[in-house]
Design a protein around this ligand. Structure first.
Ligand code: PLP
Length: 407
C-alpha cells in the first residue's frame, strides 16, 4: 500500500493550505472502483449492493455511491432521510433497525421504505399494524462467531442483533398468524470477515431457512468484508467470495424454484481505503521511554483505535524520505488517545503533516465534540478536483442548541 502524496493529481499538502487541518479527504474514484469490483465479483448473480450508510454518511458520498449503481442500508430514520435527500428512491433503501421504537418503523413505512424486522415483538406489532399489506424482510441471527473483534461481531448467539435462528418456529408462527409478506431474509455476521467460508456458512443458514418462505425476492448476506489496514494485511478476496457464494446461491435458487436477488451491505469495503485523515503535528515530546507525536486531532475525530484497538497506518507527508524513528502518535484529547503506538515513522518535527490511512469508514461518522472540540471539514476528490463537502465546524455550531440561561 503506497503512501500517496497526491490523490488524483491533487497534492495532499496543498489541501492543508486550502482547507486547514485536521481534514477528512475522500478519493471518490476509489469508492466508485470498489463498487465496480463487487459488481464484477458477483457478476454471475443478480446482485444488489446496499451500501451501509453508517460507515460514511456525507450526502455527497451517498450521491456518488448511487451514481455508481448501488442502493443503501440505513440503520436509523435519520439515515433514511439522508439517503432520500441524496436522491435514493424509497425502494433503493432498506431500513435495518436495531431495537428502535415503533413510531420510527411507522415513519419509515409511510416513506415507503422496506423494514428489516429484528425481533419477535417487532414482527408481532408489524403484523398487527400492517398484516400482509406491507412486505418486509427478517434479520436472522445465524449464531456464527465471526469478525475482527468481539465488539464488531454481531451474528453470534449472544449478540443483540436479529432473531435467533433457533426461534425459526416462532418466526414462522408469526408469519402465518399475520400473513406477513416476507420478501427477504437477512444476516450480517460482523465486520472484518476474511474468509469466504464464513459467508458460505451464513449462506447455508439462510438457504435452509429460506425454503420456508414462499414470497422471497432476495437474500441479504450483509457486509463485513475485511479491508487491509496494515502493510501485508490480507483483505477478503471478494472474487473468491463472489465465486463461491454466487455458485452456492445459484444452486439454492434452482432448489427454491425461482431466481432471487443477492443483496450485500458493504460499508468498510466501499469507503475505508478511500479516506485519509490529514493532521498536523503540534508537538514532538521525548520522554525517557517513548517519543510522542501530539497531533491536532484525536479520538473525537477517529475513535477506531481506542474503541476497537484498530490499526491505522500513519505516514509523515512532510518528510517522506527522512530517517526512521519510533513514535507514539497521540491525540490532543484529555483521555488516553493513542492513534498509533510504537510506530516507525520518518522523522517528525512539529508542524509536519501526518496522514492517517483507512479513515473513510467509521471515521467522520463516529466523530464527536468531546472536549468541546470542533469536527473537521470533509473534502471529496472527484475528477481531479478538491471539493469541500462539509465545512469545518465553528464555535457557533458548538453552542447552537444550548439554552444560555440567566443565572
Ligand atoms: C454496519 C453494518 C454493515 C456494514 O459493515 P461493514 O463491516 O462496514 O461492511 C452492514 N450491514 C449492517 C446491518 C450493518 O449494521
Amino acid at each position: 500500500m503506497p503512501n500517496p502524496t497526491h490523490i488524483q493529481g491533487v497534492a495532499i499538502a496543498a489541501l492543508a493550505d486550502q482547507f486547514g487541518t485536521p481534514l477528512y479527504i475522500y478519493d471518490g474514484e476509489k469508492i466508485t472502483n470498489q463498487v465496480k469490483i463487487l459488481q464484477q465479483a458477483f457478476s454471475a448473480v443478480p446482485l444488489k449492493i446496499k451500501y451501509a450508510t453508517k460507515a460514511l454518511s456525507n450526502i455527497n458520498i451517498l450521491k456518488l455511491i448511487r451514481k455508481a449503481g448501488a442502493g443503501v442500508d440505513a440503520v436509523s430514520i435519520e439515515e433514511v432521510k439522508l439517503c432520500m435527500l441524496a436522491g435514493y428512491s424509497a425502494r433503493e433503501i432498506m431500513y435495518t433497525p436495531s431495537g428502535v421504537g415503533f413510531d420510527e418503523i411507522k415513519e419509515a413505512v409511510e416513506l415507503g421504505i422496506m423494514i428489516n424486522l429484528d425481533s419477535l415483538p417487532l414482527m408481532e406489532e408489524f403484523g398487527k399494524t400492517y398484516g400482509n399489506a406491507i412486505p418486509s424482510c427478517i434479520r436472522i441471527n445465524p449464531h456464527i462467531m465471526a469478525g475482527g473483534n468481539f465488539k464488531i461481531s454481531v451474528g453470534h448467539k449472544e449478540s443483540k442483533f436479529g432473531i435467533s435462528i433457533e426461534q425459526l418456529p416462532e418466526i414462522l408462527e408469526l408469519v402465518k398468524k399475520y400473513k406477513l409478506k416476507i420478501e427477504g431474509l437477512h444476516i450480517h455476521t460482523g465486520s472484518d470477515i476474511l474468509d469466504a467460508e464464513v459467508f458460505l456458512k451464513g449462506g447455508n443458514v439462510l438457504f435452509e431457512a429460506a425454503l420456508q418462505f414462499p414470497d422471497l425476492k432476495f437474500l441479504d448476506f450483509g457486509g463485513g468484508f475485511k479491508v487491509a489496514y496494515k502493510p501485508n494485511d490480507i483483505a477478503t478476496d471478494v472474487m473468491e467470495v463472489g465465486k463461491k457464494v454466487g455458485e452456492a446461491f445459484q444452486d439454492f435458487c434452482s432448489n427454491y424454484g425461482r431466481q432471487l436477488e443477492l443483496w450485500l451491505e458493504p460499508g468498510k469495503f466501499l469507503v475505508s481505503e478511500a479516506g485519509y485523515l490529514l493532521v498536523k503535528a503540534n508537538v514532538v515530546k521525548e520522554t525517557p521511554s517513548v517519543t510522542f507525536v501530539g497531533v491536532d486531532s484525536g479520538l473525537n475525530h477517529l475513535i477506531r483505535p481506542m474503541m476497537y484497538d484498530a490499526y491505522h497506518s500513519v505516514y509523515n507527508l512532510s518528510n517522506p524520505e527522512g530517517k526512521k524513528n519510533k513514535y507514539n502518535v497521540v491525540g490532543y484529547i484529555c483521555e488516553t488517545d493513542t492513534i498509533a503506538s510504537h510506530r516507525e515513522l520518518t522523522e517528525v518535527k512539529a508542524g509536519d503533516l501526518l496522514v492517517i490511512k483507512n479513515a473513510g469508514a467509521y471515521g467522520y461518522s463516529m466523530a464527536s465534540n468531546y472536549n468541546s472540540r470542533l469536527r473537521p471539514a470533509e473534502v471529496l476528490i472527484w475528477e481531479g478536483r478538491a471539493l469541500l463537502i462539509r465545512k469545518r465546524e465553528n464555535f457557533e455550531d458548538l453552542i447552537r442548541n444550548q439554552e444560555i440561561l440567566d443565572f
